[in-house]
Design a protein around this ligand. Structure first.
Ligand SMILES: C[S@@+](CC[C@H](N)C(=O)[O-])C[C@H]1O[C@@H](n2cnc3c(N)ncnc32)[C@H](O)[C@@H]1O
Length: 501
């Protein structure tokens, strides 16, 4: 029996009734069959933070990473025993196991020929090991949630980590508002190459010729349900992602005899095309891992994965005091408190609604963790306060690290107001931050205003590094600043007017 036939048989054996996962893991634990299996894992990460993610993978899994030229993706090899650890990475959004990578795929001249090749490809790929990994992975995945169609998704702002309104505009422009997309695709869409075209094999198209036999199968499901998602980026393709997903998906269906289902699938096959590089993979996450901490969303909630990247840039050390003075829902300090629990984190905002959301998020996380750990006394090293960043109730030189996501002046605040806010907050941050050792990672899309404000404060802040990031389609920057050794002298202190905190 060939590898592929064997894998198919294994998969067709899976019982797809409600409790199928429990049955498969106990009856025939695929882990025992797959010890020492080596596979390549692909991960989508916040654009600009590929190197941070690669560092995390090396540190936690001991694997070196290949950073894809398709921005926002990394690849690394693991032994399948490390799969659970892969799900604990903090910098990755979505995970997939690589079936095959084509570094220099030769596309034929015409669309018909290219699509024919995609059809033939399905039967030639080494599916066996990736499918074993997929099977093992089902025991690590979050409980399956029913996917919502985009145009029914009332919680849109929940998945918008950006500050502009561009995500909606782009979807509308690209005609992606039809009900074939769901929030999972939006994760890809928000993420790296926003120019990517994303299409999914439409289950309804393939299933439209349902006959009576199909109806019966619905009540007694025996076969796996799947969908194919194609992410295409690059100018020179003579086909659309929709056509690639449709034809490749049709061939996958014929090959495995799986059933196409857009919203309630078991296997998601990914066809990532970037110029002449193709990666075929199988998704290992149903929902982006960046949603881990937040239950009470705000208008500009930041991805936890991006929050992790910003915190990591500042290299927190034990006992550091880390402050987010414009915390919104608290995404940054909450990520900080869970990952750097040997530091103390303070979340502040001038908007009482934001402080309330941050407090609720802390509270939900505490409850969740207490249940998980089984300890009532479990706590997080974090506090939420209402304050104005221009006049912080913190002692001069008392803070080690400031990590914050500043109002871009689009959805939050206004560009005009930023001209006063940015210099004032950079000055106040320089006051509370420890001279010589203090550092700050500040995210903004209002680069012009930020650069101007910083130029007047060169004696207290030195720009060490800039990470360019894509936030919901907006070109933004994370500035890593180092506090110079120069002591802070506030103008009003000179006049003897300032409150002596
Ligand atoms: C971009 S949002 C932060 C979003 C946050 N990272 C999150 O995940 O929800 C900027 C925040 O700055 C706050 N803000 C604006 N002006 C402020 C000020 N003078 N003092 C403190 N916070 C301020 C806003 O209320 C808003 O919550």
């Amino acid at each position: 029996m060939s590898d592929v036939q064997e894998a198919t048989k294994q998969l067709l054996d899976v019982n797809l009734h409600e409790n199928w996962r429990a049955i498969q893991v106990t009856e025939s634990d695929p882990r025992s069959e797959s010890e020492h299996l080596q596979v390549t894992i692909g991960a989508t990460v916040p654009t600009g933070f590929e190197q941070t993610a690669a560092d995390e993978v090396r540190e936690k899994l001991g694997s070196s990473c290949k950073i894809s030229k398709d921005r926002g993706k990394i690849y690394f090899d693991i032994s399948v025993e490390s799969l659970a650890q892969v799900h604990c990475l903090r910098s990755v959004d979505n995970l997939f196991v690589v079936v095959k990578e084509f570094k220099d795929y030769q596309f034929k001249e015409t669309k018909e020929e290219v699509l024919k090749d995609f059809e033939e490809l399905a039967g030639k790929l080494p599916w066996s090991d990736p499918l074993k990994v997929w099977k093992i992975n089902t025991s690590f995945k979050k409980k399956k949630t029913k996917r919502k169609k985009i145009n029914q998704n009332s919680g849109r702002e929940k998945i918008d980590n950006g500050q502009g309104d561009k995500t909606d505009e782009k979807e509308d422009k690209k005609g992606f508002t039809n009900n074939t997309l769901d929030s999972h695709i939006l994760d890809y869409y928000e993420n790296p190459a926003i120019k990517e075209e994303i299409s999914t094999l439409v289950g309804d198209d393939l299933a439209s010729s349902k006959d009576e036999k199909d109806e019966k199968e619905e009540t007694h499901p025996k076969v796996l349900k799947f969908r194919v998602t194609c992410n295409r980026a690059g100018e020179k393709h003579c086909f659309s992602s929709n056509e690639a997903a449709r034809d490749f998906g049709g061939a996958v269906q014929d090959y495995f005899k799986w059933k196409a289902d857009m919203t309630n699938f078991d296997v998601e096959v990914l066809l990532n095309i970037h110029d002449n590089e193709i990666v075929v993979g199988i998704a290992l996450t149903e929902e982006s891992l960046h949603r881990r901490n937040i239950t009470h969303f705000g208008p500009t909630t930041l991805r936890s994965t991006l929050a992790y990247g910003m915190l990591r840039l500042c290299a927190p050390q034990p006992a550091d005091i880390i402050v987010d003075p414009m915390c919104g829902t608290g995404a940054i300090p909450i990520e900080g408190a869970t990952e750097w629990s040997n530091c103390y984190h303070i979340a502040g905002d001038n908007n009482p609604l934001a402080v309330n959301r941050a407090a609720n998020n802390i509270s939900s996380l505490l409850t969740k963790s207490q249940i998980k750990e089984g300890k009532v006394s479990w706590s997080l090293p974090i506090d939420a306060v209402q304050w104005d960043i221009c006049n912080l109730p913190l002692r001069t030189g008392s803070v080690d690290i400031i990590v914050t996501d500043m109002p871009f002046g689009k959805r939050m605040g206004s560009k005009k107001r930023n001209w006063n806010l940015y210099p004032a907050c950079l000055r106040e941050m320089s006051r509370v931050c420890k001279p010589g050792t203090g550092r700050a990672a500040l995210l903004t899309q209002d680069k012009k205003c930020f650069t101007k404000a910083l130029s007047g404060l060169g004696h207290v802040w030195r720009k060490a590094h800039t990470v360019w990031v894509n936030i919901g389609g907006l070109h933004a920057a994370v500035y890593l600043l180092k506090r110079t050794p120069q002591a802070f002298v506030h103008p009003s202190e000179q006049d003897g007017e300032r409150t002596p905190w």
